[in-house]
Structure formats: structure tokens, C-alpha cells
Design a binder for this molecule. Structure first.
Ligand SMILES: [Zn+2]
Length: 421
């Protein structure tokens, strides 16, 4: 339904028609300047239509980068960072604002330095209260685009509430900035405690993630950097946001939109999707993404996030989804096909991890280094620190899943956790 690179050629086409009509009129004797006309009249008559010809051709060049999405093109704007040359075309989300349906908007917020490239912030408006679903990171590049988009919509932040589909910084980062007195912020119940944890609990190298990473073989020399550069540490919402915990079945009513909360643990323990059942619109957060696969990772021996994720995929699969609006990239075209493909993808990944282990036991970091990743680097050691961190977390989730299936054993030492087939 939506093609982000569909160029808006309507405007230059209209100008070309204007030129053709003027030319035909001139052939017929109309508007043809005569020697009786003054020099200025002749100049105006001749220049008017040639100007439209020039405008129509230059229009194709200058209007082309203005992407048209869906049926609307008039309210679209280009990312200001792209205009100022601060982002390359490849990095640029191009389109900042799009009206998907009446009173339903998508603002594409850039995520600099992130392989995700951008995040979708959705806004639902009504004459009573408005709702913003996900916001982007707490950093100026995101804030500028989101605020510009919300201003273009004409959103009154004083009448606006916020939902983060899950606790990751790219989803909740700007909530503390945008909230006004009377605004409420919501997040899945299982994610709120993690958000409330103090920085020392989470982001020191001795915190639960750092120490589990260390026991999983993550290099000591990179531990500090992966904690300090973690987006959750750098770009989360400011302290003091008291998120209201959402449970399965909670509802939001915004004008004609009636959203149900569906708890979909996996990407995070408290991840939620929002489903507008009558219109078949699913706000899928990072649960179902179209052209990238959600990262399923863990830093703990508690639970089995990959098993949870697969169960959550099966949970949403029967929903009658006409429009799936994900947290990143373009809307998901074939919802059920995509859900199937994601289940298959993680099954294959688990098999890959199992095959690696048949060559001998190893810790999660070693195994992550032997898995296939779609990243431009010559070897595992050349992956950026954060990408090695996320990859190791993903390896742990797959190892824990295989352990749950009884296919691998975990040897839990004080200093190292080793898995064997
Ligand atoms: Zn996420």
C-alpha cells in the first residue's frame, strides 16, 4: 500500500499542462503579442508561459526527492537533517510526516548511528485526548524531527498521552521531554520495573547485564564501553516519568480508534502491541517488523525470551490485520506471511547455533562470533562494540532456548557460562 520512494510528480505535470495550453492559445492568436503591444506587455506575455515550461522541468528535479506516501502528498515534508546535509540519503528517513488515515499520523524519526536507521512514531488525534505511540531516543536529532512533525499536526501536548510499546530507549526516549502536566505515560507492566531501576543497577559493568556479559565471554576491555554506549543508558527518558503499567486487555479510546493492549513478551518481557480490532490496525512495536528481524536477547538465566517470542508470534498470527504498523521501517505488507517467516527465521537461527555447538562447547561470545550476521565487517573482531554486545545477547537467547528444548547443556561456572551440544 505504501511506497516511500514514490515521487510526487503531480505539481510539475500541472505546470507542463499550463505551458501547453498557453502555447496552443498563442497558436490560435490568443495571447500572441503584437507590435501594437507595448514592450512590457510583450515581455510579460512571452515570459509567463516560458517561465511555466522552465518551472515544470526544474520541478521534476526539485520535487522528486519529496516522497509521496499513500495518497497524500501535500502535507509531507523532508527531514530537515537531510536538507542541511547532516544525513546522507541512505541514512535519511526522507519523509518526516505522513497521514496514514484520518486522525492517524506517522512521523519517521531518524536514529543516527543505529542500524535501525529510523523509528516510527504514531499519533492518534481526537477532539478530547491524543495518543502518541513511541517517540524516538532522548537526543536532539530525534527531538527536532518529532517536535516539528507534532507541530505540523497541530498537536496540543497538554491533551496528549504517551505509550511506549516497550522499554527500549528508541521507543520511550522523548516521553519525559514531551509530557506536560496532565499527560500520562504508559508501558507494559513487565517493562516498568526495569525502567525504574537505578542506573547503577543496570549500567555498571558489575550490574546484572555487565556481569552476565562477562561470564558469557564478553571481553573485559569492552564491557565498560558497551555499558556506557548502550542506547538505554545514553538516550532513555529522563528520570521522573512514572509509567502507568499496562496489562493485557487494557484499552485506549481515541476518537474513532479503540485500541486493545496485547501483551507480546519476547523482544522485551513487557512488550505490548496495540490492536484496533474493527479497523484491523495493529501497532506492532518491535514484535513484528517487515524487512528486519527483531533482536531477541537476554542477559539472565531467568525465563526463555525466544520461547516467549515464538509464543507471542503465534498469539498475534490469527488476528485479522489489514494494516500492520511496526516500530521501524515501512508497514508490513503480508502480516501472516511475515509472522510465519519470523518464526521460521528464529527456528533456523536456533539450528545454526546448535550446529556451531556440535563442533565443541563454547561461551555465548564465541558462538555469536560464528553465527551469520548481516553487517558490513570483515570479521567478528571488527564488529563495533555495541553490535558485538547485541549479537552476544541474541546468542544467549538462542542458547537458552535450545537448553529449554533439552538440546544443549549449560555448565554454570563462577567465572564462565559454557554451553555444549
Ligand atoms: Zn526495541
Amino acid at each position: 500500500m505504501i511506497d516511500r520512494f514514490d515521487f510526487d510528480q503531480t505539481q510539475p505535470l500541472l505546470l507542463l499542462i499550463e505551458f501547453t495550453v498557453l502555447s496552443l492559445l498563442r497558436i490560435d492568436g490568443w495571447l500572441r503579442p503584437t507590435m501594437n503591444d507595448s514592450r512590457w506587455t510583450r515581455l510579460i506575455l512571452w515570459s509567463g508561459d516560458y517561465l511555466s515550461l522552465i518551472r515544470s522541468f526544474t520541478g521534476w528535479i526539485f520535487y522528486s526527492p519529496r516522497c509521496s506516501v499513500g495518497s497524500r502528498s501535500s502535507s509531507l515534508s523532508i527531514d530537515p537533517h537531510y536538507i542541511r546535509g547532516e544525513l546522507t540519503k541512505a541514512e535519511c528517513p526522507m519523509l518526516a510526516l505522513e497521514e496514514l488515515r484520518e486522525n492517524l499520523y506517522r512521523i519517521v524519526v531518524p536514529l543516527p548511528d543505529s542500524p535501525l536507521k529510523e523509528i516510527n512514531s504514531y499519533t492518534l488525534t481526537s477532539k478530547d485526548r491524543n495518543l502518541v505511540i513511541d517517540t524516538g531516543m532522548n537526543r536532539p536529532e530525534c527531538r527536532e524531527v518529532l517536535e516539528q512533525g507534532l507541530a505540523e499536526i497541530g498537536l496540543d501536548l497538554g491533551r496528549t498521552d504517551f505509550v511506549a510499546t516497550h522499554l527500549h530507549a528508541d521507543h520511550q526516549g522523548l516521553i519525559s521531554t514531551l509530557m506536560r502536566a496532565g499527560s500520562r505515560a504508559y508501558m507494559g507492566a513487565a517493562d516498568t520495573p526495569a525502567f525504574r531501576q537505578g542506573p547503577a543497577d543496570t549500567w555498571s559493568r558489575d550490574g546484572f547485564m555487565g556481569s552476565y556479559g562477562s561470564r558469557s565471554g564478553f571481553p573485559e576491555k569492552d564491557l565498560e564501553a558497551s555499558m556506557q554506549n548502550h542506547p538505554g543508558f545514553k538516550y532513555s527518558s529522563g528520570a521522573g516519568v512514572d509509567f502507568v503499567a499496562l496489562e493485557e486487555g487494557d484499552r485506549f479510546d481515541v476518537g474513532d480508534y479503540h485500541l486493545e493492549v496485547i501483551h507480546t513478551p519476547g523482544h522485551t518481557a513487557g512488550h505490548i502491541c496495540l490492536f484496533e480490532r474493527d479497523q484491523g490496525i495493529l501497532f506492532s512495536g518491535d514484535h513484528v517488523l517487515g524487512d528486519i528481524t527483531p533482536n531477541i536477547a537476554t542477559w539472565s538465566d531467568d525465563g526463555d525470551p525466544l520461547a516467549d517470542y515464538l509464543a507471542s508470534l503465534r498469539k498475534v498470527k490469527p488476528l485479522e490485520v489489514a494494516l500492520c504498523l511496526p516500530g521501524h521501517r515501512t508497514p508490513v505488507a503480508d502480516f501472516q506471511g511475515r509472522v510465519e517467516a519470523l518464526i521460521e527465521h528464529h527456528r533456523e537461527r536456533a539450528d545454526e547455533v546448535f550446529d556451531i555447538l556440535t563442533n565443541g562447547p563454547g561461551n555465548a561470545y564465541d558462538i555469536a562470533g560464528q553465527m551469520t550476521w548481516s553487517i558490513r565487517a570483515r570479521c567478528w573482531e571488527e564488529f563495533p562494540v555495541m553490535q558485538r554486545w547485541f549479537a552476544t545477547g541474541e546468542a544467549i537467547a538462542h542458547l537458552r532456548f535450545l537448553e529449554g528444548e533439552g538440546r544443549v547443556n549449560r555448565l554454570d561456572g563462577d567465572d564462565e557460562i559454557v554451553f555444549s551440544a
